[in-house]
Design a protein around this ligand. Structure first.
Ligand code: ADP
Ligand code: MG
Length: 324
């Protein structure tokens, strides 16, 4: 559905997007992750035909964005960053206008507007000027505009940015629902969003593509993936800590053990597995053999934050953008 090959964009001497290639198929929700200034919006603007690439090829639904822009845009819905619209129009007049420029005529205009408004729950504010609407409703107007022609591909630039937690949740549900028969690309710098809505994630920093894989693969890169957090109760935490650490380190699949805290009556540890190993059985039987009194036993899935920082700040790429 989307095929991007060796895409680059230069603003003067500055390379905002540097040789990015990826593809996305039907049913996929592809997350664009990256610090501010990474090149996410620029890449999206090129896919949607709003910016001309310096080099590279983009095809959407087998149409070339550069040589067949109108055909491509018919199959595309685009929610730009901040969901811009015309503030003095009402959602009704704005969506009518969009339906007309999308080429609908007669009764079809009304049908499309009503359908789109219903899908995003806009009906209660259809006749109020957009500038008087809350941020959440303004965003819904942007959504309605993007899905009005039922496009096969949806590109959404930070669709949940600036929304409150309930509104974020609503938007994520909407994305999931629409994903069934579309290809969706969403940019975000919220890592939990990747876990909750994306089937695949791409990490971009300094214009370069640094990771392309599933959210699970991303988590698996974490030092904490399959690690165990263990808290034991004891009257003499110091003595027990030494004993426990020595014992756990001898387990075949355990790589290392770190003492997190030792305080009144309790000692906590992080137990890290050797690469790819699962250590819960070994640790569990070690606990049983030694009769340690357990307060907490938790298998970690991995910290996306840590992996993200690792990927975007490692080697020669130093991501100066803040992850807010
Ligand atoms: N029209 C432009 N002219 C010059 N520089 C630009 C322009 N648009 C974006 N940039 C720069 O390109 C880089 C990538 O921007 P952008 O794609 O908006 O990043 P992101 O969406 O990942 O935060 C930034 O350093 C930004 O300042
Ligand atoms: Mg952006």
């Amino acid at each position: 559905m989307i095929e991007v090959k060796h895409l680059s964009k230069q603003f003067g001497a500055f390379k905002a997007v540097d040789d990015i290639s990826f593809s996305a198929g039907k049913g996929e929700v592809l997350g664009f992750l990256g610090p501010n200034g990474a090149g996410k919006s620029t890449t999206m603007k090129m896919i949607t035909g709003f910016l001309t690439p310096t080099s590279g090829d983009i095809s959407v639904c087998s149409n070339n964005v550069l040589t067949d822009p109108i055909k491509t845009k018919k199959s595309l819905g685009y929610l730009p960053e901040g969901a811009p619209s015309y503030p003095d129009m009402t959602p009704l007049s704005f969506l009518h206008f969009i339906a007309e420029i999308r080429g609908f005529r007669g009764n079809e205009i009304n049908k499309r507007v009503v359908d789109a408004a219903n899908r995003v729950n806009l009906h209660s504010v259809m006749n109020r000027p957009i500038e008087t609407l809350s941020k959440g409703f303004k965003r819904r107007v942007g959504f309605a505009q993007a899905i009005l022609h039922d496009p096969d591909v949806l590109i959404m630039d930070e669709p949940t940015d600036g929304l409150d937690p309930n509104q974020k949740h609503e938007v994520r549900l909407l994305i999931k629902e629409m994903a069934k028969n579309k290809t969706i690309v969403v940019s975000t710098h919220i890592l939990e969003e990747v876990q909750s809505v994306c089937t695949r994630a791409i990490i971009i920093a300094h214009g370069k593509l640094l990771f392309d894989g599933t959210p699970f693969e991303l988590e698996s890169r974490s030092k904490y993936h399959n690690a165990i957090t263990l808290t034991v109760q004891t009257d003499s935490p110091d003595t027990l800590s030494d004993q426990l650490m020595a014992q756990l380190k001898t387990l075949p699949s355990v790589d290392s053990v770190e003492n997190i805290t030792t305080e009144q009556g309790k000692a906590s540890f992080s137990i890290f597995p050797k690469k790819g190993a699962s250590i819960s059985k070994e640790v569990h039987s070690c606990i049983k053999t030694n009769n340690w009194e357990i307060d907490e036993f938790h298998v970690e899935s991995g910290s996306l934050d840590e992996v993200f920082r690792d990927i975007t700040t490692s080697s020669d790429i130093s991501a100066k953008g803040a992850l807010t």
